[in-house]
Design a protein around this ligand. Structure first.
Ligand code: ADP
Ligand code: MG
Length: 392
């Protein structure tokens, strides 16, 4: 981070300088302005991210200069160094967008805390958009819900990613039960019924918080008789979630409806879950055909072969041949651990860290977190750009 210090007071300048230099990583002071000179003068070594602005003296003069400095560096965040008793100055500064004020005599702890808060805010603003991953059941009983729930937990516990699991099964969704015994305060249908009030706070209050970094938006236990869950509601919820989570995993179930298609359309990756049998090959093929029709790129479709068993006469290669698309991940068959985990509502990684299922989950987490994402977070979206659909 770069900083600009605007102060006529040598002591104040060196105090701020010391605080900046002592931080890890240090903040580089790109320019010190001894008082409120014309901003045109002098050499600036780089654009400041932070401006320490000493606002002592005439309030009008200070505000005039502050307005000028913040107009010159509109992206910079300002720490106002101000006398205690100046409500007029504070209110006017707040109006310009200043949110941090440190009073004199300068307290270094206070100054550091103000920088911490701005730093956290900047990182939040820089956060890449979260990745949206749809886990799709190729056929009932594939293990899609089990994997969506356990992968979500693993992303937060192993890779420290802020993760949201969204249950898109509009009938009898059970994803939350796989990893928690808590009752949700609100379900997807309840949230959609209040869509006009949707914001981060409402979304958070609707979740089951399995850990501070992992929340679940549960489905209604009943069918949705009033059709409260609409495609654009779900799209709005997912768009909001992208701003606040690193990963959003959807248990997309196996129903193809307007809601799931809209959600898959917004997804960065689609992960169909299959098992070694002919019905899975047939259904899997149908789904791949549908994705091709929708224009989804093949490399964003990562098939998971679940309950993989070397002894099964239908091999991975048979599956790949039949499907015409490669299997990206194998999850071993482990009925004992899977069953125990589901019955206890306890994630596999917590229950049996050393099991082959945990290892499989960690491998998938690694591939999800290591795939290249541009710093703007938009490359995935571009990669996922639709293939041109012929218009004859
Ligand atoms: N890797 C696995 N090994 C053993 N059993 C599994 C595995 N994955 C899933 N299961 C079992 O399959 C059942 C169905 O899983 P579920 O996630 O509900 O499937 P879906 O959501 O695709 O209908 C679960 O009850 C679970 O016990
Ligand atoms: Mg399911």
């Amino acid at each position: 981070m770069n900083a600009l210090i605007v102060s006529a007071d040598n002591d104040a300048r060196s105090a701020v300088q010391r605080v900046c230099g002592a931080r890890t990583p240090p903040i580089t002071v790109v320019r010190e302005m001894p008082g409120m000179l014309s901003l045109g003068a002098g050499v600036t070594l780089g654009k400041p991210d932070l401006i320490f602005f000493d606002a002592r003296g005439s309030v009008d003069r200070a505000l005039e200069e502050l307005t000028r400095v913040s107009a010159k560096y509109p992206k910079a965040m300002v720490v106002l160094l101000a006398p205690m008793q100046s409500p007029d100055l504070l209110i006017a500064a707040m109006r310009i967008g200043v949110r941090e004020v440190v009073s004199f005599p300068l307290d270094l702890v206070e100054l550091n805390a103000a920088i911490d808060r701005l730093d956290a805010k900047a990182r939040e603003a820089d956060r890449e958009e979260g990745k949206l991953v749809s886990i799709v059941s190729s056929k009932g009983g594939s293990g899609a819900t089990f994997l969506a729930a356990n992968l979500s937990y693993a992303l937060s516990a192993v890779a420290r990613k802020k993760t949201l699991l969204v249950d898109l099964n509009l009938q009898f969704g059970d994803a939350a039960l796989f990893i928690s015994d808590e009752k949700p305060a609100m379900t997807m249908a309840d949230l959609c019924a209040q869509i006009g009030r949707l914001d981060e706070h409402l979304l958070r209050s609707a979740l089951i918080h399995v850990t501070p970094d992992f929340g679940v938006l549960a489905a209604s236990p009943n069918a949705d008789p009033d059709d409260r869950v609409r495609p654009d509601h779900v799209a709005a919820i997912l768009a909001l979630a992208r701003q606040h989570y690193d990963f959003i995993l959807l248990d997309a179930g196996r129903q193809v409806n307007a809601v799931t298609i809209r959600a898959m359309d917004a997804s960065d990756l689609i992960m169909p879950v299959l098992q070694q049998s002919l019905p899975f090959i047939r259904n899997g093929q149908r789904m791949l055909d549908m994705y091709a029709t929708l224009g989804y790129r093949k490399d964003n479709i990562r098939q998971i072969l679940n309950r993989h068993d070397d002894a099964n006469p239908i091999t991975r290669a048979d599956m790949e041949r039949g499907l015409g698309h490669r299997i990206a991940h194998l999850m071993p068959n482990n009925f004992e651990v899977a069953n125990e985990s589901i019955n206890q509502g306890e994630p596999v990684l917590r229950l049996a860290r050393g099991s082959n299922l945990s290892k499989g989950l960690i491998d998938i987490v690694r591939s999800l977190t290591e795939s290249p994402v541009s710093h703007s977070g938009s490359i995935i979206r571009r990669l996922f750009a639709r293939n041109p659909v012929p218009t004859h």
